[in-house]
Ligand binder design. Structure first.
Ligand code: NAP
Length: 247
């Protein structure tokens, strides 16, 4: 029976690319979108691209910061596909600003989606994977969570927290055959980074050993490895995918 992968925030950017990459590897794909608008504006096209690769794919709607909505999402995906073999916690937002100017609302918004949203999904899918006695979880962190980043105290805290949760889940669920790892991207060209100033991107580029910005495929390929059988003895790790921007 084909395995099923559930990917959050998969209507665009890195998440959409992960969905298509895992579809190419034979996973049925459950695409979580933030709202019905995201289903129409991207999610349904991603699902169609996955189906063209010969697998089943469907969009679901859940705001990952809503605990109950995540529970309903997991129930619906399980009912539709029978199992959840891989979970990719990809949904994330930024609300940048220097620490001394950051509002409480900016801080809370990023923590609610990136950190609590990851917990919400882990909590519900973890229970399913424990019963299945197997599964693969990949949490999308960031180099900002490993090394910090000026202007991103909220984001770097959320992404560092994701690493803490990754290692905890690896310890708690390892005996049930569930692996949990984090991928920490460097600078990747997506709608999230398209809005940044060209000067800033040029400065970043100077720091990248491989001499180019990352593409969504660079991250999706790392995720595809970590959810594959080839990674069955790897858990609790943080794989930095940054073209050598940080080492
Ligand atoms: P993106 O293009 O902005 O995609 C993020 C996706 O998450 C969007 O589809 C977004 O939907 C969705 N999302 C946001 N809030 C959500 C919520 N509450 N519930 C469900 N979905 C939600 O960003 P990306 O660059 O592909 O980033 C993907 C992941 O990689 C994020 O976790 C990000 O932090 C991480 N990352 C990115 C980079 C980079 O350089 N791009 C570097 C390091 C880490 P909407 O469109 O409705 O907002």
């Amino acid at each position: 029976m084909a395995k099923t992968a559930l990917i959050t925030g998969a209507s665009q950017g890195i998440g959409a690319c992960i969905a298509k990459t895992l579809a190419a590897d034979g996973f049925n794909i459950a695409i979580d979108c933030y709202s019905e608008r995201e289903v129409e504006n991207g999610g349904e096209a991603v699902a169609a691209a996955c189906r063209e690769l010969g697998v089943e794919a469907e969009c679901f709607v859940a705001d990952v910061s809503n605990f109950e909505a995540c529970g309903e999402l997991v129930k619906a995906v399980k009912a539709r596909f029978g199992s959840i073999d891989a979970l990719v916690n990809n949904a994330g937002i930024t609300k940048d600003g220097l620490m001394v100017r950051m509002s409480e609302a900016q801080f809370d918004a990023v923590i609610n989606v990136n950190l609590k949203g990851t917990f919400n999904m882990l909590r519900h899918v973890g229970a399913v994977m424990m019963r299945q006695r197997g599964g693969r979880i990949v949490n999308i962190s960031s180099v900002a969570g490993v090394y910090g980043n000026a202007g991103q105290i909220n984001y770097s805290a959320s992404k560092a927290g994701v690493i803490g949760m990754t290692k905890t889940v690896a310890k708690e669920l390892g005996s049930r055959g569930v692996t949990c790892n984090a991928v920490a991207p460097g600078f990747v060209r997506t709608p999230m980074t398209d809005v940044l100033e060209e000067d800033y991107k040029a400065e970043i580029l100077k720091q990248i050993s491989l001499g180019r910005l990352g593409e969504p495929e660079d991250i999706a390929n790392a995720v595809a490895f970590l959810v594959s059988d080839k990674a069955s003895y790897i858990t609790g790790q943080v794989l930095v995918v940054s073209g050598g921007m940080v080492m």
